[in-house]
Write a protein that binds this ligand. Sequence first.
Ligand code: PEP
Ligand code: MG
Length: 555
Amino acid sequence: EPFTSATPEAEWQLVEVAIARARSQITDLRETVSQRTSPEEAAIFDAHLLVLEDEELLNGMRDGITNQRLNAEAAVWDAMAVYREQLLAIDDDYLRARAADLEDIARRVIACLRGTGQSTLTQIAQPSIIVARDLLPSDTAGLDPAMTLAIVTELGGPTAHTAILARQMGIPAVVGATGIVTTTTGAAPGTLALDGALGVVEVNPTTEVIVGYLAQRDARHAQRAHFDADARQPALMRDGRPIEIGANVGQLRELPDVAQQGAQGIGLFRTEFLFLDRTSPPTEDEQFAAYREAVQHVAGGTVIIRTLDIGGDKVVPYLPLDHEDNPFLGVRGLRLCLTDAFQPLFKTQLRAILRAASGGARLKVMFPMVNHSGEMHAARALLRAAAAELDGQGIAASAALAHLPVGAMIETPAAAFVADQLADDCDFFSIGTNDLTQYVLAIDRMNPTMAGHYTSFAPAVLRAIYHAVSMAHARGRHVGMCGEMAGDPRAIPLLLGIGLDELSMVPPAIGEAKHVIRRCTQAGVAELSRRAFALTSAEAVTQLLEDHLRGLMAG
Ligand code: PEP
Ligand code: MG
């Protein structure tokens, strides 16, 4: 509510205190970033500090409070918006890029007004459980795994990117814990017990309960050690069919896990994570180095680079993304990269990928959120243009492009329906069930209220997967899956029955997945898949798959 009941003087004082706090946070951040990366990287914060000294901007805020009777928050937001519009109107790319910073600064000042410092999450000094209404993927990416015992949020679903990042980092997480912030506000240490696998949290648990949780944890660790013991052996079904196992990664610090946990390659490199947790996009050289580093970590294997998938829940504060009421149905993934505004950024990424491929790196490239052939053609045309630019600089990129497998993610119903057409334009598919499930079922993957209905075991989702796989195979194309479903031990026998060639998952899931695969036979998975496709509800499919898995592991 913008109207304020406090006096304008008191309200203005709040703004002044918040700005002072924001300034000191930015100064700290500048120091940290300068030490961790480079002074050039930190220079952006000088620009942020200058904005907060701008007389015109400060006058705008004061005017909002005294003349328009706005409260502090609304006055800050409005004045920042006016300033942003002014920058956007100037015909200067540098100033236009700074407009994106203003949103970042505005958010910081508002966070300070609300008494929550934005930068504190990266600076936690003792092992802690993070309780929050919601965490942006960029918040989660900045967490120190050594200091983060667990995460509990009120919002989000199991395939929200904050949950996926936590899984990748090996941090237990419970999302959709309604009311947890109020319940735990002011709680003393040791008053929370949680089980990330089951998705349960207990506030003020008794000693008995805590002992129970600890026993569970130890049992899981022991089981995990058992599964991981032969995780580096190949994944062959009992009667010999080999299944390729890839790892899903996002951040460079996860790369050592890939081979160590038994992946043959990287089936999904979420490159947008290279863009989070920083204040400007990585340069072409930085991306080139990152892609090469990824290849070095998968001796002999292939790295599938998924091009930028920004939008939806993956917001990048410094990029000029407009507010959308339905961001998951808006400008995200490949669509965003094909817009005039984002093409230069996209081209930079394509150049970095092509440079890595020209150096002999074993790469594949795939595009997220493809809906139809026209988008594949447009993306391929940009790849060719980027290669031609590099050729002109003496890098043999067009020659490398001729051998670079180019694929589409199948993650919208549209893509699944036209999989036959897309297969003609692609060298391979990778099925992204996190999105495919939300779009097939019309259930937001972020909505905790609907989380009980968000399931890839729904007959409609299984049919979409089956259709995409058959269309691709009919044309001799390789099909992988990189959504969270691929790492779910219950799903794996069914996915083998459907015919998936490759499964890519968070590294900690690989050991168990391989155990399941080794116990499967072709006749067994074919029969399971026949039975699953005859069922009419997700519950029945889940029951069938759970029973089957139990039998498999006991046998
Ligand atoms: C997916 O949608 O299944 C996928 C792998 O992509 P992301 O989770 O990054 O949207
Ligand atoms: Mg997706």
